[in-house]
Design a protein around this ligand. Structure first.
Ligand code: SF4
Length: 398
């Protein structure tokens, strides 16, 4: 197989069959070839820096019922919380003071007016509270708050958020349907991704690797989906079972498949790096949940973003999307020291006071600016018409 792998690695553009061959490599020598090619591509296209996004999981209230998720609305054993505005801003300020150029505001999904107003305020206040000589425009803000009305996306963007992560989880419609309740539609999620792009966000998406029934063909199609959606960043993770969910029935499958799932998750990072070159790719906490050195391995396979935990420790235990999540007891300062050590151990450097936008996003924005200079002005925020239909579920209030 090594010759076939080597031939694929010489190509600049990979087709579906190439992706499948790379994703199904099992011989250690082949895997090392793929890993090392991905690492070289990363260093050549994006450099040696690892970008931090301080992760603030500000609320675990959610109106959705994803079959795999520990904080789904039907899990009544979860202690629900929403951080106060002051708590979120204090966490964001701490991140900026430590040199983290960006934060991620993540929560379960809500679309009620109180939530939208609250988040819009929080974004605007973070921007002004974190502005300094080193970060004149405040911290970069990535949102990860699920499917929203186009108008809400616009309000968040105007308030200062400029990146949005919305995972598709599975690009294959049948696989998507197998892990979500009927009223959650893949089409609507794709519409949301398009809307985010039209508004001007840098857009990220990702999938879960190792879902029961998933094939190498599915994963290859996921990579093609990322390419076709022209995403700027990717946040993927291995599937990890949560017993208090409908997919808890797969605990046996999960325990038997753990090693394969972990290795495939690393290969997906490498293959995305080889196929998409200069996007940002996160080495997610879920990798570390499966193996202590999981995040370092993610970096060695081509990832360049890490999201250190900065959610207050007293609520961190209540934001468990999957079981075995690491760093739930360590305070943010401890997480930071521990991570820095891990990053240096694989020969990489932490970027300081840098928003850490992907090279791809910077390249696109430069070419848009050039176009605008030549063609006149172009609105940054495009007004969207006809919001996609939303589920008529009761919304919790703050
Ligand atoms: S995955 Fe997200 S949207 Fe789905 S139940 Fe969990 S928090 Fe809610």
């Amino acid at each position: 197989m090594t010759t076939a792998i080597n031939n694929i690695l010489q190509k600049d553009a990979l087709d579906r069959n190439d992706l499948i061959t790379l994703l199904t490599a099992t011989a250690p020598a082949d895997i090392e070839l793929i890993r090392s090619a991905a690492e070289k591509t990363l260093l050549a296209k994006c450099g040696n820096k690892v970008f931090y996004r301080g992760l603030i999981e500000f609320s675990n209230l959610c109106v959705c019922d994803c079959d795999y998720c520990g904080i789904r609305k039907s899990n009544h054993s979860v202690n629900r919380y929403t951080l106060s505005k002051d708590e979120i801003i204090a966490a964001a300020k701490w991140c900026a003071e430590q040199g983290y150029g960006s934060v991620v505001l993540q929560s379960g999904e809500r679309r009620d007016a109180a939530f939208t107003d609250f988040l819009e305020d929080v974004i605007a206040e973070i921007k002004s509270a974190t502005a300094s000589e080193k970060l004149p425009n405040g911290a970069g803000i990535t949102l990860s708050v699920g499917e929203q009305e186009p108008q809400s996306y616009e309000r968040f963007y105007k308030a200062g958020a400029h990146r949005y992560l919305l995972r598709i989880e599975a690009s294959d419609p049948k696989l998507f349907a197998s892990i979500h309740p009927q009223d959650q539609s893949q089409e609507r999620r794709i519409d949301c991704l398009k809307t985010l792009r039209q508004i001007g966000y840098q857009v990220g998406t990702g999938v879960m690797i190792g879902i029961p029934g998933q094939t190498a063909e599915n994963l290859a199609d996921d990579v093609l989906f990322f390419r076709d959606m022209d995403v700027d960043m990717i946040g993927m993770g291995p599937y990890i079972v949560h017993n208090a969910t409908p997919m808890g029935v797969y605990a046996g499958y999960y325990n038997e498949s753990k090693d394969r799932i972990f290795q495939t998750a690393l290969l997906m990072i490498a293959v995305c790096r080889l196929a998409l070159k200069d996007v940002n790719i996160a080495s997610t906490t879920a990798l570390q949940a499966m193996r202590d050195d999981g995040r370092e391995l993610g970096l060695r396979y081509g990832a360049n973003v890490i999201m250190p935990q900065t959610t207050p420790v007293d609520v961190r235990r209540d934001y468990l999307l999957y079981e075995g999540k690491p760093c739930i007891d360590e305070d943010a300062a401890h997480c930071r020291t521990c991570l820095e050590m891990r990053i240096r151990s694989v020969g990489r450097e932490v970027a300081v006071d840098d928003w850490g936008d992907s090279k791809k996003a910077l390249r696109k924005s430069k070419s848009n600016n050039n176009k605008n200079n030549m063609e006149g002005t172009m609105p940054i925020v495009m007004i969207m018409e006809g919001p996609p239909p939303l589920r008529g579920e009761p919304y919790p209030t703050l």
